[in-house]
Design a binder for this molecule. Structure first.
Ligand SMILES: [Zn+2]
Length: 614
């Protein structure tokens, strides 16, 4: 490319104009396009002073925004004791102004990137006083829940989406979120997540919360926390407990750091410190070779821990993990504990050059070491193991059994499903076990299993259990051979790239899938969307808010049911609300609001009568 001096000046003028428009929050071109133009300039005139002014984006290069009110931190309670002290303090100060009945609201604390959206400016938290203008997040496709202008919230990735699509490649959803906000060019994963509408800005007002009386807070916090966790499909790192009464809030006020009427209860697994003996490299179903740390045995929530997952090879490299490294490990719900942080790195870190299973040369792919040999025994074993695990109806097929089968040439499910007792005996299993294995195969076909489990068991990339379910609510499994990306993209939650990847994935296994279907699995059909009993129900099209504790089932189930019947389920009462359905301990605020907007306030019983008038 050749450009004369005038041409270069022309380019810089343009870039400067784009730049200033961007800083005003009114970008004329995409970040991506801007980067491309800067790249072009660099190739024409590598030493142009303009290039030194353009630094790789981080928050510091974004426009500073002063928050109208400081975004304060939240004080943290690390123990029940501290929470108790907080309650005592609140009661005492409330009593000072003559208030004895105190309610606390409990809200999930999302683990994302905090921001404040006034509808015009979207700012990161920054230091609390001054944040950075990050409105480009919305241009990039971050989806604002409930619309713009709803105040303080967090940018997060749907938890189910992260688990299904990203957890193999990213350690924590927050890393990806920061990447999305920070950089002009999105990586492939970020682009997909955004296309699939999985990256949200969630204003705190849009989250479910529970109200609890001060007397009950300590005894109920755990139960309420569990409940709220199960309702939120976002990463959560604790609960925020706030006084609801404005008068008490005003009276208690704030320090320079936090509001005195609010406290965060951290949700954290138990941790322990130990050191690494050795790293064992394991080959996964897709060829990723991941590190498992063999550690000096240590007790953690009642179990002796000897092995810890260390995420990926990039982590081992970046944090210098190896024999002798001192580490903190954490266990929070999962069976296998995880590496939380490296306290003292190792002097030696080594990586395998060859696949521990098939001996082929490994290659690096971002943070991963990969075995790219598709006939790699470990990958084949893990693929078969995955099928049985997801299907969930076949016992006896543990990884050791599968390894034995693969080593004797039974290296596909096709072959395994044709095996007879004598074949298992020939492989070296005892007569009883051989019988059990044959029975297990038979039972796995006879026992009813949801079609989405069956589909997800094939391990197609981007098609885990959640998305299999969504897909099968629109298309029958038998039709999948002709399913195109255009068909998939029509379904909410599937972007272009994911749809393409799923189409390709299905094509690759379609013959095998048909073969498996012909073996006669007893598949339970996912109800198709358009077969749902929507339009003729009495609540179709009605705005409904559920509040309080329901007797007949969880509130979430009731909401889902109402949606199926065509209702518009809302989280807050507004002028579009037709019914407020009150369970036990329904909030007075919602009831008053409902009366204000002329919505009908009904009990749970009345609601069910409404569904079945007779
Ligand atoms: Zn291999």
């Amino acid at each position: 490319m050749s450009d004369n001096k005038a041409g270069v000046e022309q380019r810089i003028k343009k870039l400067e104009a784009y730049n200033s428009a961007y800083r005003d929050g009114k970008p004329l071109i995409s970040d991506h396009e801007y980067d491309r133009l800067v790249g072009e300039l660099r190739s024409i005139d590598p030493f142009n002073p303009f290039l030194n002014r353009v630094e790789p984006e981080d928050f510091k290069t974004k426009r500073e925004v002063r928050h109208p009110l400081p975004m304060l931190s939240i004080e943290k309670a690390y123990s029940q004791k501290e929470l108790e002290r907080f309650v005592i303090r609140v009661k005492k100060e409330a009593a000072e102004i003559g208030i004895r009945e105190i309610l606390f609201s409990i809200t999930p604390k999302l683990d994302g990137l905090a921001g404040r959206d006034d509808g015009n400016v979207f700012a990161s938290r920054g230091n609390g006083e001054i944040g950075y203008e990050i409105s480009s997040a919305f241009q990039k496709g971050v989806y604002p829940i409930g619309g713009r202008g709803l105040g303080i919230g967090e940018i997060v990735i749907l938890k189910s989406y992260f688990d299904e699509h990203l957890s193999d490649n990213f350690e924590h959803p927050r890393n990806l979120v920061v990447g999305i906000i920070n950089s002009d060019t999105l990586n492939m994963f970020a682009e997909k997540a955004i296309e699939d509408r999985a990256v949200h800005f969630v204003p705190y007002v849009k989250l479910n919360s529970r109200e609890v009386a001060a007397e009950d807070l300590l005894s109920q916090i755990e139960e309420v926390t569990e409940k709220l966790f199960s309702e939120v499909d976002y990463p959560v790192d604790g609960m925020v407990v706030s006084v609801t009464d404005e008068r008490v809030r005003d009276h208690m006020g704030a320090t320079a750091h936090h509001y005195r009427w609010q406290i965060a209860v951290k949700k954290k697994g138990k941790t322990a410190v130990t050191s690494v003996i050795n790293i064992i490299w394991q080959v996964g179903r897709t060829g990723n070779v991941t590190p498992v740390l063999e550690v000096f045995p240590v007790s953690l929530s009642g179990a002796k821990i000897k092995r810890v997952t260390a995420h990926n090879a990039g982590k081992v490299k970046a944090e210098k993990i190896g024999p002798g490294a001192e580490i903190e490990i954490i266990r929070s719900g999962e069976v296998i504990p995880k590496l939380e942080k490296v306290i003292q790195p190792s002097v030696q870190t080594e990586f395998p050059e060859k696949c521990p299973s098939c001996n082929s040369i490994l290659s690096w792919d971002n943070d991963f070491l990969k075995c790219t040999m598709s006939s790699c025994p470990a990958q084949v074993e893990q693929g078969i193991f995955h099928f049985f695990k997801i299907l969930g109806t076949a016992e006896w097929f543990g990884i050791k059994t599968i390894q034995k089968l693969v080593s004797k040439g039974y290296d596909s499910l096709k072959k395994i499903y044709f095996m007879k007792e004598e074949d298992f005996i020939e492989v070296g299993f005892g007569p009883v076990q051989s019988k059990n294995l044959v029975n297990a195969l038979r039972i796995s076909k006879e026992k009813a299993v949801e079609d989405w489990r069956f589909l997800a068991a094939f391990g197609i990339s981007d098609l885990g259990t959640g998305d299999s379910r969504k897909l099968l609510a629109h298309y029958r499994l038998e039709r999948f051979g002709e399913l195109t990306r255009e068909d998939i993209i029509k379904i909410h939650g599937f972007g272009e790239k994911t749809s393409e990847s799923i189409e390709n994935g299905i094509q690759k296994v379609w013959e095998w899938m048909q073969h498996m279907m012909n073996l006669g699995f007893n598949l339970e059909r996912t109800p198709l969307e358009d077969e749902k009993e929507a339009s003729d129900s009495s609540i179709a099209g009605k705005g409904i808010v559920f509040t309080g504790k329901m007797n007949k089932g969880s509130r979430e189930d009731m909401k889902a049911h109402a949606v199926n019947l065509g209702a518009r389920v809302q989280s807050a009462v507004n002028t579009k609300t037709d019914y407020l359905v009150c369970g036990e301990k329904a909030g007075a605020g919602k009831i008053n609001k409902a009366k204000e907007v002329n919505a009908r306030v009904i009990t749970e019983e009345e609601y069910f009568k409404l569904l079945k008038p007779d």
